[in-house]
Design a protein around this ligand. Structure first.
Ligand code: ADP
Ligand code: MG
Length: 622
């Protein structure tokens, strides 16, 4: 068959241009990426050989071979893994848009040092070959197929594919090194790179014609997690984390251990420092790789960890799961559920220790992953009691975040509920009018600004027998809470006379009709004239806004308008309530619209609002 010519997809071309011309620091990582691909390919074939006995690595087992040819100035990386056929080549090495390519381009910062790290993270590792090579040849043959293929490119926009001969399944990537990159022919250089970046790879990496012309194994070649924890250095853990997670930050926490008993398994898990970019993907799949007896099975095993621990990276390896069932069946295996329970216990236990031993460090973790962990509060009933104490909340009482335990301990005399307010942004929430009365009395309020907060609060209902209560709802009773500030110290505004207030309530209700659920005298306002609250039996206002945004709710329900009887405006309105006539109706609508704006809700009739406001201003200027 003759040669076919292809054009790289535009994005890939751009990527290649950047790789070849802009990324100079840490060029050596090309080798890490190619070895990582070779190791993945061996893992894939190992898995396939479980069910297809005729496939496998052949004599000598899986291995990766490096050959440096000083004469031809080539470095090749060969594996006896799964290989690729023509279609695989077209799809993976050149044309089809892979989501990672665009994400990589978007993520580029222009800082060569940082950008080089992105290569591995976004799964565009293969292209890093062009950092050191002016031409790359891939000879490959897919396991179980007879034909071999040659893929060639100079990374300048085009590549070709033609049939070729390869005796066994696997892939050989040959790099024709650039003039300035001949150092990658040097055996000592290669040894150091492999030791630094790829020592944890579980299969041997051989250097052809290494020591005294003999093949030399460059890595330890036992899976890192099978080694005793005390023999593994922090540096090795970090490299392994970078490899499994496609990440380049420091692991925030490393958990390496083994469970023995009814079920035995080893885990090597990492909590990242930086938020992975796909943390809030709707799929919410766990990202920990599952191995059975060192054989890689799958990297998105849904039954292995709950979705709220999807920020974890790493591996779990068990001897007790069956190798001979499909991935789908495996996910339903009751043994897997037991492993999951054990892992959750372990992880939550370690987080608890960290929270106690290093609160500041823990606060940084919570900042990144708290919103995910909180999903467990309504999804994992069994572990709720372990999850609740791990949660941290911003609050009105002080800077920083506190635990529920701390909140409850500091509750005021007479305070019977844990008060909270929900919204989109904690800083903005802190300025809500509904909080005024709480501030005055020194009652702390939790500021909940993650969307999940609306969901776990109703599921939990209370903590240490104290119910959660939203400050943006009717029925809040601050009367029993002892005030901290003596009332005499400040100039306390007089309340409007009770009978005038009664008149005003009637007049406002009359004017606003079905636009409000009720109009009431407020206990929670001290400075603002008005605020909105939800009815006692209604949904929280922020929750309604979320539901409406997601089209799960057609309209916001009418709110309760609360008025501050001590506010100068309200006092004047109260006195005129009986006589004001249509002017009072305008004032009523202005008050309601003002409350809506404070709440971040749209004003339903902006024209009417503008007209009334203009009229009121005009009167004010008389
Ligand atoms: P990633 O490894 O993150 O998928 P790469 O750019 O490193 O991204 O590789 C792209 C794809 O090319 C791989 O997913 C794989 O399908 C294929 N590939 C690369 N190298 C090999 C190899 N040695 N053997 C088999 N397939 C390979
Ligand atoms: Mg790769």
């Amino acid at each position: 068959m003759s040669q076919e010519k292809f054009t790289f997809q535009a994005e890939v071309s751009r990527l290649l241009d950047i790789v070849a011309h802009s990324l100079y620091s840490h060029k050596e990582i090309f080798l890490r990426e190619l070895i990582s691909n070779a190791s993945d390919a061996c893992d894939k074939l190992r898995y396939l050989s479980l069910t297809q006995a005729d496939l496998g690595p052949g004599e000598g087992g899986f291995r990766i071979e490096l050959t440096a040819d000083a004469k031809k100035k080539t470095l090749s990386i060969a594996d006896n893994g799964i290989g690729m056929n023509r279609d695989d080549l077209v799809e993976t090495l050149g044309t089809i848009a892979r989501s990672g390519t665009q994400a990589f381009l978007n993520g580029l910062s222009g800082d060569s040092r940082k950008d080089v790290d992105l290569i591995g993270r976004f799964g565009v590792g293969f292209y890093s070959s062009f950092m050191v090579a002016e031409r790359v040849e891939v000879v490959t043959r897919k396991a179980g197929e007879a034909a071999g293929w040659l893929w060639v490119s100079d990374g300048l926009g085009e590549f070709t594919i033609e049939e070729a001969v390869r005796d066994t399944a696997g892939t050989t990537v040959t790099l024709f090194l650039r003039k300035d990159d001949k150092e990658y022919l040097d055996h000592n250089r290669l040894k150091r790179i492999v030791k630094t970046y790829s020592d944890h790879i579980g299969i041997p990496i051989l250097l052809k014609g290494g020591k005294e012309g003999e093949d030399e194994t460059l890595n330890t070649a036992s899976a890192l997690w099978t080694r005793p924890a005390k023999e593994v250095t922090a540096e090795q853990y970090k490299e392994f984390y970078h490899h499994v997670a496609h990440a380049f930050d420091e692991p925030w926490m490393t958990l390496h251990g083994r469970a023995e008993g009814v079920l035995s398994y080893t885990h090597l898990l990492f909590v990242p420092t930086a938020k992975p970019f796909d943390l809030f993907d709707p799929e919410r799949k766990p990202k920990v790789k599952l191995y059975v007896n060192r054989v890689f099975i799958t990297e998105d095993c849904e039954g292995l960890l709950p979705p709220y621990l999807r920020f974890l990276r790493g591996i779990v390896d068990s001897e007790d799961l069956s190798l001979n069932i499909s991935r789908e069946m495996l996910q339903k295996d009751p043994k897997l559920a037991k492993i999951k329970a054990g892992l959750v216990k372990k992880v939550l236990g370690e987080l608890k220790k960290k929270a106690e031993a290093a609160p500041e460090d823990y606060a940084a973790f919570w900042e990144s992953f708290g919103p995910v962990l909180k999903e467990g509060l309504y999804e994992d009933f069994e572990n709720r009691d372990k999850l609740l104490p791990l949660a941290r909340f911003r609050h009105t009482g002080a800077e920083g975040a506190i635990s529920l335990e701390t909140y409850v301990e500091a509750m005021k005399e007479g305070q019977e509920a844990i008060f909270y307010i929900t919204g989109q942004d904690a800083d903005q929430l802190a300025r809500s009018p509904q909080l005024e009365g709480f501030r005055k009395k020194g009652v702390d309020v939790l500021l909940l600004a993650d969307p999940v907060d609306e969901f776990w609060i109703p599921a939990i209902a209370n903590f240490r027998d104290k119910p959660f209560q939203s400050v943006t709802r009717g029925g809040v009773d601050l009367g029993k809470v002892a005030g901290t500030e003596p009332a005499t110290e400040e100039k306390k505004e007089e309340s409007a006379p009770a009978e005038n207030l009664a008149d005003l309530l009637v007049a406002l209700k009359d004017a606003l009709g079905s636009a409000v659920k009720d109009v009431r005298i407020s206990e929670r306002l001290t400075d603002s004239a008005v605020c909105l609250v939800a009815a006692e039996d209604g949904l929280d206002m922020h929750l309604e806004r979320i539901l409406k945004q997601h089209k799960r709710l057609d309209d916001l329900s009418p709110r309760v308008l609360e008025i501050n009887p001590r506010h100068a405006l309200i006092r004047r309105l109260a006195i005129q309530a009986k006589t004001a006539g249509p002017a009072l109706a305008d004032a009523a609508h202005l008050l309601l619209d003002q409350a809506r704006i404070l709440e971040g809700e749209p004003v339903p009739d902006p024209q009417a609002f503008a007209r009334r406001l203009a009229a009121a201003m005009e009167k004010g200027l008389d």
